[in-house]
Design a protein around this ligand. Structure first.
Ligand SMILES: [Zn+2]
Ligand SMILES: [Zn+2]
Length: 265
């Protein structure tokens, strides 16, 4: 089956993106992906290297232009990836009011001052201390943050798994609490394939977590490559879809102006 969407993409409007939005659109069209969403980083925390890099108005004008250029070929959604939205509610509300976003990804990239892609941090930790601290921060995020989609639920795996492994079953109770809040709040999970192009070779969330989600009645998810350059658009999303189906999940979620619609896969 064709890849129905790529809902997690960063262009040069994110400080770490290296392709312009038009190139990423062309790649999606080449791959036959009918719908994409740009989700530029909105980072305002004290440990960020380039806080407030994203310029929503300029970006949105470019998306409007590209929607015209690719009419009939590609649906282009305006998403955003907000880091630790629960810690910065005012800054989050401010950015969300600037242009009409279709959906909001909420992410934990920092636990305190520790960056979840920092190998040196994980070398000072045990698996339990690192994963539990991270999941606890995700629980805090879910209590209050304004979001539609929970990003890359077990993201430390990308950096930590090559250092000390990853056994999601050890954190089942905590992760199930997270999944229950996702379900109760009608949020979606970002099924994020970036971990499949890293040494960790791990889909996020881990396929076991997707299985728990399905067993608990969870339905809403979005598919994302977390591309930071054009040749990563759609990458490994076929493998992600296979895992989604294996877990017993049957739909993906589309968003327009923060309204969700479930689409069978
Ligand atoms: Zn992220
Ligand atoms: Zn991202």
């Amino acid at each position: 089956m064709n890849i129905p969407q790529d809902y997690h993409m960063h262009s040069t409007f994110s400080e770490d993106g290296s392709s312009n939005p038009e190139k990423m659109c062309l790649q999606a069209i080449k791959l036959g992906i009918p719908e994409i969403g740009f989700t530029e980083h909105w980072d305002v925390g004290p440990y960020e290297k380039h806080p407030r890099f994203f310029q929503p108005e300029l970006w949105y004008a470019e998306l409007l232009r590209l929607r015209q250029v690719f009419t009939g070929q590609l649906t282009i959604r305006a998403g955003i990836e907000v880091a630790e939205p629960h810690l910065y509610p005012r800054e989050t509300a401010e950015v969300l009011a600037r242009v009409p976003f279709d959906y909001v990804l909420g992410s934990v990239h920092f636990v305190g001052s520790h960056f979840m892609f920092d190998q040196a941090y994980f070398r000072t930790q045990t698996p339990d201390s690192a994963y539990q601290a991270y999941f606890t921060e995700v629980e805090r995020l879910l209590q209050t943050a304004d979001l539609d989609v929970l990003s890359h639920l077990d993201v430390p795996v990308r950096t930590a798994k090559p250092i000390f492994g990853y056994d999601p079953a050890r954190y089942e109770a905590q992760v199930r609490r997270i999944l229950q809040v996702v379900i109760d709040r009608n949020l979606a999970l970002d099924v994020n394939a970036a971990g499949l192009r890293k040494t960790a070779q791990n889909l996020m969330p881990d396929p076991l977590i997707l299985k728990w989600y399905a067993d608990m009645g969870g339905e809403r998810l979005t598919l994302g490559s977390d591309a930071h350059q054009a040749d990563q658009v759609g990458l490994h999303l076929q493998a992600a879809l296979d895992q989604i189906r294996l877990a017993g999940l049957t739909h993906i979620t589309r968003f327009e102006l923060r309204q969700a619609r479930l689409i069978p896969i």
